[in-house]
Every structure is written in structure tokens, then in C-alpha cells.
Write a protein that binds this ligand. Structure first.
Ligand code: FBP
Length: 545
């Protein structure tokens, strides 16, 4: 048996809180038919069997008997704290419906379904993982479920195991795939239901129906704890500028939430940089100005938060990435198999993009032109923007010094916080939220729903007042260009520059730049007063109170 930490042992006994509507016998309340956020005609045509379904809500109800059923579950994409609680919520939910019900986990993501790799999740396995971080119970993966052969192979194993419904726990891409799979199985009258669950630390799977994706709360708290510690270190020694890159892929939600929690001197917000059309040089100049202004007050230290996806939002680099995505996947490039990728690209890119690529430090250009992920995205987590920015700021300050415009000392430290937060033990919020999502998924299944995502609303209130239900995934779709073709996808939520979280930050940042206003959030509290242990993110509070 593997050794457990004291916290793990104590935490295993935690009973996640459920909304009132899911605590006893449950009834379903259906709303009016829905439509997609845009492109209604096209999406209706693509999803004739799952379009227009009503929103549903679970409320206290009568007891009724439930026929036995087997359910399958898949963890898809990047890890996020709380995944195991979604699975334990599904498990407890289906066992409550009928104790003979069984749960199967497909291994290492969607590939497990296609390759028929699975395990039955029994109560002793589930109990080992209650309230733990990570996805290691069944593993995760990024295989895209999008081809008929994959759907058919999945169908074979689902039929063999007599599985009635499959729950896919994933981000926007995985839930889009869940929607396509639900439609396919409905169109082929396979009798198999597909339900999605909103996961991602990035916080970009949210809209009118989804208040937050699970894992965002714990990941941001984990990063904020460490940022707070760094700020205190900076304020103690007063000799380093810390450049801290934060995970989050394209959207800056994580950086913004951490800024609201820790009040750093600078937090870059990619969406604002794009809107203002700033260049890399503009960003460097702005940071250098803050460093110089603080140096005048004798403060040769500070913190800069940098969202992981920043470079994709700088217009000239965005254009370059667009062309790189096409060129690097073209036959011309694969046939050439150049020994020096950068030299080859400098000769084969359009002239503007070749100039941009040529202007970047070689190591950075190498990172930018590296391998794409299975969805065709640049792997922004591998690009060291924090080092690029600090070295360019250092050069700028040197030039300012020569011109007599800067008198301080500049020494930088670099950090990248990403993987550290993705498998943290879920906060009370994520433990409760995820368990409720899993329970909600079991009810959607019991009520014969397919093409739905499990949701829980009213999450800034105490858990008993949360409202559990389901949203048809087609309601969240719009048409977007992907790899040169228009595809139905769930609209990704970037930081809204008119939203309260950004405005709250923008109203205070001038003061945070000049003065030292650091806040030290400390570690996640799993036990103790509710106002500390059950606290949600500032983002969620500002968006929903
Ligand atoms: P998901 O979108 O799948 O939830 O993944 C989130 C994420 O953590 C991003 O923030 C990050 O850019 C990416 O995964 C890293 O991917 P990988 O785990 O493949 O290195």
C-alpha cells in the first residue's frame, strides 16, 4: 500500500457538500427549448438530434425505482484539481439510484475508449481517491474524438460492457467532441447517452450557463500562495524583480485572478494587449518605466505576472504563429525536412513574418516553431516568455541608464507556475463543486439525457443553495475557423475587458505599480472557519455577486 500524508488521511474523511436539490430524492424540472449562441441554422443542421433541447434543473422530489445501468467515464486533457471528486460523485450518484449500477473508467483519456483500455471502478478504488488532486485514478490524455472509426470502435466496447452512458470530463474542445459523439450515437440510434463536464484550470470554459470550470479555484489559490511568498521575499531582500509566468493557455483568467489575490506591481493581460494592438517593444517599455519609477523611490524589486498565452495576443507574433501553423503542417515543410528549421522558415515565410521571426532571440524562435499539440495549438507552456521579457527589459534599462533616465539596479528571477497547481488537493470549493457535478451527471443519465453538460449554478452562495442541472451543449456552440475549415465549437471565454474582474484590477493597478501593496494569501485551508476554508475566487465573486 502506498504511504499517505497526514493531510491525505484526514482529507479522505471529508464529505463534500451537495446542493439541496441533489441531497434526497431528485426530480427534474425542464425549461423552454434552447438555441445556440450564434449560427443557429448551421448548428441545427449539424445536430438535428441534439439541438434545441431544454435546460434542466434538479429539485427535491419523489422516490422512484431505477432500472440497473452501467456508466463509463473519461478524463480528457490537462489535469485539474477535483477530477477524482467528479468521478466519486458519479459513482455515489449511480449507486444511490440503484446499488447494482456499475462504473467503468476508460484509461489515459479518450484513447482508452477507442483502444478498449478500461477498468471497473469499485468502491475500494473510489475511496482511495476521494478529495485527492490529480487524474491518476484512470489517467488522462489529449486524443481528439472526431472520426467515425473512433466513434464506432467506442461503440463496440460500450456495447460489450453494456454501458448506457458515457461521461466525458474535459475542456471546451473535449466537450465539443462530446457533443459530436452524442449526436452521432443519437443519429445511429445506438441508445448510448453522452454527458460532458466542465473542466480546466484555465477558467475559459464559462458562459451564461457555466459559472466556472472546475480546478480554476484550486489552481489559482495554489499559485497565489506561492506568488504571495515570493512577494514577501522580494519585499524582504529588496533586490529582485520576479518575472512569473502563469499557465492558462490563451486566456488571462489565471493571471488576473492571481493579481486580484496578491496585488503584484504589474500583471499583463493578453486580451488588453491585443485590444490596444501593443507590440513586444511597447510591453517592454511599459515594464521598464515601472521598474525605473520604483527605482527612483529606492525600490529595486517587484513582481510581474505574465499570462502563458501572451505572445499569441501580440498582433505581429499572432500573424507569425498563424502562418507558422500552416507552413509547419504543410507538405512543403515535411518534404524539405530542413536540418535548420529557423533558416528554412526565414526563407519560406512571407516577408513581414520572416522579419518578425528574425527579430526574436534564437532560443525563443526555436520554442515558437516547436511541435504543436494534437489540437494544432502552439504549446505555450513551453515558451519562456518570462525570460524573453526580463532580458529585453534589462537591455532597455541599460539604454535608459546610458541616457541618464534610470538610476537603479536590475536583477531578475524567473518562475513558471503551471503544473504545480494542476494536481493540488482540491479546495473545499472544488471538492464540493466537482462532487456535485458528478452527482448531477448521474441524474442527467438517469433522466435519459444526451448531449448535455452537467452544471451547478449559484456557486457564490453556500453549497446547499447551489442549483444543479444540465445545459444542452449545442446551446454553447458557434461556428469558428479551425485548421482552415468552419467547425462547430464551444465558444472560449477570454477575459472580458468590460467585466468586473478586469475593471477592478484596472482601477487599482496604478497604485500597485508605484507602491508596494502586496497581499499574502497563504496556503489553501482545508479545515477551519467557513469564511476562510470555503472562500471562492475573487473572479467568481465579482462576476456573480
Ligand atoms: P486543458 O485545456 O486541457 O484543461 O489544459 C490546460 C493546460 O494546463 C493549459 O493551461 C496548458 O497550456 C496546457 O494544459 C499544457 O498542456 P500539457 O499538459 O499537454 O503540457
Amino acid at each position: 500500500m502506498t504511504k499517505k500524508s497526514a493531510l491525505q488521511i484526514a482529507r479522505a474523511a471529508y464529505s463534500p457538500k451537495l446542493p439541496l436539490g441533489l441531497q434526497g430524492n431528485v426530480s427534474i424540472r425542464e425549461g423552454a427549448p434552447t438555441q445556440s449562441v450564434s449560427d443557429q441554422e448551421e448548428i441545427k443542421k449539424l445536430f438535428p438530434n441534439t439541438y434545441g433541447l431544454p435546460l434542466v434543473e434538479f429539485v427535491p422530489g419523489e422516490s422512484h425505482s431505477n432500472a440497473p445501468m452501467n456508466v463509463g467515464v473519461i478524463l480528457s486533457g490537462g489535469q485539474a484539481p477535483g477530477g477524482h471528486n467528479v468521478i466519486s460523485g458519479i459513482f455515489d450518484g449511480i449507486k444511490k439510484l440503484n446499488p447494482v449500477n456499475r462504473l467503468y473508467g476508460f484509461l489515459l483519456g479518450p484513447a482508452g475508449l477507442v483502444d478498449h483500455k478500461y477498468m471497473e471502478l469499485t468502491s475500494d478504488i473510489i475511496d482511495e481517491y476521494r478529495n485527492t488532486g490529480g487524474f491518476d485514478m484512470i489517467g488522462s490524455g489529449r486524443t481528439k474524438l472526431e472520426e467515425t472509426a473512433q466513434f464506432e470502435s467506442g461503440l463496440d466496447i460500450l456495447r460489450k460492457l453494456d454501458i448506457k452512458a458515457l461521461v466525458i470530463i474535459g475542456g471546451d474542445d473535449s466537450n465539443t467532441n462530446a457533443c459530436v459523439l452524442a449526436e452521432y450515437y443519437a443519429a445511429h440510434k445506438s441508445g448510448i447517452q453522452v454527458i460532458g463536464c466542465p473542466k480546466t484550470i484555465d477558467g475559459d470554459l464559462k458562459n451564461d450557463q457555466i459559472e466556472t470550470s472546475f480546478g480554476f479555484d484550486t489552481a489559482c489559490k495554489t499559485y497565489s500562495e506561492v506568488i504571495g511568498n515570493i512577494e514577501r521575499d522580494a519585499n524582504s531582500a529588496k533586490k529582485y524583480w520576479h518575472f512569473i509566468k502563469l499557465m492558462g493557455r490563451s486566456a488571462s483568467h489565471i493571471a488576473l485572478e492571481c493579481a486580484l489575490e496578491t496585488q503584484p506591481n504589474i500583471c499583463l493581460v493578453s486580451e488588453e494587449i491585443q485590444e490596444k494592438g501593443l507590440t513586444l517593444e511597447d510591453i517592454v517599455n511599459d515594464i521598464a518605466k515601472v521598474v525605473a519609477a520604483r527605482a527612483e523611490d529606492g525600490n529595486n524589486f517587484g513582481t510581474v505576472l505574465i499570462p502563458e498565452g501572451l505572445i499569441e495576443f501580440i498582433p505581429s507574433i499572432e500573424h507569425l504563429i498563424c502562418e507558422l501553423n500552416d507552413v509547419l503542417s504543410s507538405k512543403k515543410y515535411t518534404d524539405a525536412q530542413p536540418s535548420d528549421r529557423i533558416d528554412w522558415l526565414l526563407q519560406n515565410l512571407s516577408s513581414d513574418n520572416a522579419v518578425t521571426l528574425g527579430s526574436l532571440p534564437r532560443s525563443f524562435a526555436e520554442q515558437l516553431t516547436g511541435e504543436r499539440d494534437p489540437h494544432g495549438n502552439v504549446q505555450v507552456s513551453l515558451i519562456e516568455t518570462e525570460k524573453l521579457l526580463s532580458s529585453m527589459v534589462g537591455q532597455k534599462l541599460q539604454a535608459m541608464k546610458v541616457a541618464g533616465k534610470y538610476v537603479g539596479k536590475f536583477a531578475a528571477q524567473h518562475h513558471f507556475f503551471g503544473y504545480e497547481g494542476r494536481c493540488a488537493a482540491p479546495s473545499n470549493f472544488d471538492a464540493d463543486y466537482c462532487y456535485s457535478l458528478g452527482f448531477s451527471a448521474s441524474q442527467l443519465i438517469a433522466n435519459g439525457k444526451t448531449g448535455y453538460m452537467a452544471i451547478v449554478k449559484n456557486t457564490t452562495k453556500p453549497a446547499a443553495e447551489w442549483i444543479a442541472g444540465g445545459v444542452p451543449i449545442t446551446m454553447m456552440l458557434n461556428m469558428e475557423k479551425r485548421k482552415g475549415m468552419m467547425k462547430p465549437v464551444i465558444k472560449k471565454a477570454l477575459v472580458d475587458l468590460n467585466g468586473k474582474p478586469f475593471k477592478t484590477f484596472a482601477a487599482q493597478r496604478e497604485e500597485w505599480m508605484k507602491n508596494t501593496c502586496f497581499v499574502y494569501p497563504g496556503p489553501i485551508q482545508y479545515f477551519g472557519p467557513s469564511e476562510v476554508a470555503d472562500l471562492t475566487t475573487v473572479t467568481l465573486q465579482l462576476e456573480h455577486i
